[in-house]
Design a protein around this ligand. Structure first.
Ligand code: IPD
Length: 302
């Protein structure tokens, strides 16, 4: 399978472009007043699904099963409609038809289709395409990460040094779990990211600032670009991150489990639903140092 990686990457890129065109047409026609209204499909008001999410996933799934009938498929909407997730050593496409569905509904242009491929359970190919900003991120294991197939990531060459969390721009997200437990813990972490250090709070970082794009995949791509230093999120799913994890890794960044275990600096398990990504730097020590500073302020959310 490894020898076919370039073929899989090329296929994923063309599929992402076609899927992106469907997403862009839906936004354009709604903005022009010619599209049908958004029809929300789920009960949970903070975890939105539209007709377009479903149509795009059906399109991708059908193309994949026609081209690679022996490959496995995990998709956000397929899961939502009750399919059991089976993760094997077989080549497995992991797809989010629209990452940033809330943005899609509001017309906020951080919306992406995310297509990842694991082989032997290892994230091997990743393509994330934002059709509203026309930015396509792609990577395959050992082949580097690119923006629009030509610009090597990270954009900074050589990467900027990573000095201290106080110099970092940090991305995080509200996420869809709005329980008091989760929101209190996330707000406490954001408070510590922003607050000045004090005797009372020695782990406060006074970071440069905090950003949210509303798309886990695009937050990771911003880490791969080198324009976000650190991204931490709890609660997103394998389809939000499977593709972009390859893109971050190929840019020289790290993606770790987003808990507070400092001994766990192994490549992340894509199913762990907590992620901590650190952008490329000139040495791994400074990346691990920033990860450890973040882990001092990450709350325990089980
Ligand atoms: C969501 C986005 C969001 C993240 C949520 C995800 P969706 O994905 O990535 O940034 O905070 O956890 O579920 O629902 O738009 O595909």
């Amino acid at each position: 399978e490894q020898v076919r990686v370039q073929e899989y990457l090329d296929f994923a890129i063309s599929l992402a472009k076609e899927a992106g065109a469907i997403i862009k047409a839906a936004v354009d026609s709604r903005m022009a007043g010619t599209g049908s209204n958004i029809e929300l499909k789920k009960e949970n008001p903070t975890d939105l699904v539209t007709e377009t999410d479903k149509a795009v996933e059906e399109f991708i799934k059908e193309r994949l099963s026609r081209t690679y009938p022996e490959h496995k498929f995990i998709g956000e909407e397929t899961f939502a409609s009750g399919a059991k997730t089976e993760f094997t050593h077989e080549p497995t496409w992991i797809v989010d038809p629209i990452d940033g569905t809330t943005n899609f509904i509001h017309g906020y242009p951080f919306v992406a289709v995310s297509i990842g491929l694991t082989i032997n359970k290892v994230p091997t190919v990743g393509v994330v395409f934002n059709p509203l900003l026309n930015e396509l991120y792609s990577a395959a294991q050992g082949k580097g990460a690119y923006l629009n197939q030509t610009q090597r990531l990270p954009l900074f060459n050589p990467p900027q040094p990573l000095v201290d969390l106080s110099h970092c721009l940090i991305a995080t997200e509200a996420g869809s779990d709005r329980s008091k437990l989760v929101i209190d813990a996330k707000i406490a972490a954001i408070h510590d990211m922003l607050q000045k250090k004090s005797e009372a709070n020695p782990f406060a970082a006074e970071a440069h600032s905090v950003r949210t794009t509303g798309s886990a995949a695009l937050n990771l791509c911003n880490v791969a670009k080198g324009i976000i230093d650190v991204y931490w999120e709890v609660g997103c799913w394998e389809w939000d991150v499977a593709a972009a994890i390859v893109i971050v890794a190929e840019s020289g960044g790290l993606v770790l489990a987003g808990g507070n275990d400092k001994s766990d600096n192994e490549p992340v398990n894509i199913f762990c639903r907590k992620y901590l990504a650190i952008r490329a730097a000139r040495d791994r020590e400074s990346q691990v140092e920033i990860a450890n500073q973040m882990k001092d302020l990450i709350p325990t959310i089980e």
